[in-house]
Design a protein around this ligand. Structure first.
Ligand code: URA
Length: 432
């Protein structure tokens, strides 16, 4: 074989089909704010001798500025450092030959700097290095934190794709903002403790440790989500009730106690009225607790992390707690780990799950909700409104619109909605 000089000491140029193509070295920056990885250099990048010098680089720089970052302070890398012919994507063999070079470049940088993989090629490579499923769809892998060699990385759309699909620009921006956001939390690995309240006296002793106006996250587990059609089933429908005011542990109140000891519900009503309540999709829990157990949890409880997430990111289908827990804190899906093996499907009866597993799962939910409450309040307050810089997303739409809407919407769900058919039909006649 003809000996070939390596363009980079770690690149396997001798085995690579791109070995005679133009080489554009990566552009690492000392004290970088962020690290970006693209797929391969483009035409203008070759002319200017640096990555992301063309149109997609311009869009990337705009997005970084708009997200509050400094384009000059980001490191720019590529999965493959030589330009493939005819503007084609690099092949898996070419990516494999260049991967040791990229790894070497990335490992030279501070492990605390977050990495963003732009598009399919670099995100597939990093998923592989992180021992994750490389077949995952782009929409599933994007915008959430993954861990590789103690470094946090996420993937998002490639700016070249956004140039063709401008409707994806807001998502690119959201992801870069998330990476720049210093409130972005560190990974959580420790399992929370479950404290069981099995007697009224234990419950009172625990609740007395909580000062007035403390933030308390609560959650229930129900056997099935629809019990309205089977009123005789109410007693069995709430099979666990839990709350947490610390992130390291939560309290599981024995459901038999709640149904059978008549002092418990009035006591919990007093407790929940003197603290500040947070929940994830709490309207669901409130409806069950009020109708099933006469626990007067206010449907206008104080903070819903699902609504807060929605105010920050309207992307449909992304408001689930497990996905957010993974995205924000790197917590692997505890639903799969703790309870999925007991269920045939997500609609199966939760009473099949052993109580200790169910309560551990519930306490994960409440401790994650408590963490998210604080994080999302900071983030909502930090996002000023374009038309009124004195107000933030926290005021509009979160506290003044979305949260107060809980109470009337819960009433609609409990009582139904009266539709005045003749009146509406009258309007149809008038409109036609
Ligand atoms: N320029 C680069 O350097 N990389 C890309 O992925 C696209 C353009």
């Amino acid at each position: 074989m003809v000996s070939i000089d390596r363009k980079h000491p770690c690149a396997l140029c001798e085995a690579c089909t791109l070995r005679l193509r133009p080489y554009v070295p990566d552009l690492p920056i000392t004290d970088a704010e962020l690290i970006f990885i693209g797929d391969a250099p483009g035409e203008e990048d070759v002319i200017k001798g640096k990555p992301f010098a063309g149109q997609s680089g311009k869009l990337l720089a705009q997005a970084i500025s708009k997200a509050g970052g400094t384009p000059a302070k980001v490191s720019r890398h590529n999965a493959v450092a030589c330009r493939p012919p005819d503007n084609r994507a690099p092949t898996s063999e070419e990516i494999a030959c260049c991967a040791p070079r990229l790894k070497d470049e990335l490992l030279r940088q501070d492990a605390a700097v977050k990495i963003i993989a732009l598009g399919k090629t670099p995100s597939e490579l990093l998923l592989k290095w992180s021992d994750e499923d490389t077949d995952m769809k782009m929409t599933e892998r994007m915008g959430r934190w993954w861990a590789w060699d103690n470094r946090k990385w996420m993937s998002t759309w490639h700016p070249a794709y956004v140039l063709r699909m401008p409707s994806e620009a807001p998502q690119l921006l959201t992801h870069i903002k998330r990476a720049i956001d210093t409130t972005s939390a560190d990974a959580v690995t420790e399992e929370p403790q479950v404290v069981h309240a099995n007697t009224f006296e234990e419950l009172v002793a625990i609740c007395n440790r909580v000062q007035d106006d403390t933030w308390v996250a609560f959650d229930i587990e129900t056997d099935q989500v629809n019990w309205y059609d089977r009123p005789d089933y109410i007693k069995d429908s709430i099979i666990a009730f839990g709350f947490a005011w610390k992130i390291t542990f939560g309290v599981a109140v024995n459901p038999d106690l709640m149904y059978d000891d008549e002092r418990v519900v009035p006591f919990l009503n007093g407790f929940m009225a003197r603290v500040k309540l947070a929940a994830h999709n709490g309207k669901f829990d409130c409806i069950f607790l009020r109708t099933g157990m006469n626990l007067r949890v206010r449907p206008d409880f104080d903070f819903d992390t699902m609504l807060a997430h929605y105010a920050l990111d309207e992307t449909p289908g992304k408001q689930g707690l497990k996905g957010i827990a993974f995205e924000e804190f790197g917590i692997p899906n505890y639903e799969e780990r703790i309870i999925s093996q007991y269920l045939r499907s997500r609609n199966d009866y939760y009473s099949k799950i052993p109580y200790d597993k169910l309560t551990l799962y519930m306490i994960w939910d409440v401790t994650v909700t408590l963490r998210l409450r604080e994080l999302f309040e900071q983030r909502l307050r930090a996002t000023k409104l374009a038309l009124n810089p004195n107000a933030s997303l926290y005021e509009w739409p979160f506290i003044n619109l979305l949260m107060p809407a809980q109470a009337p919407l819960a009433q609609v769900e409990i009582r139904g909605l009266h539709v005045n058919k003749p009146y509406l039909e009258g309007w149809r006649d008038r409109l036609i």
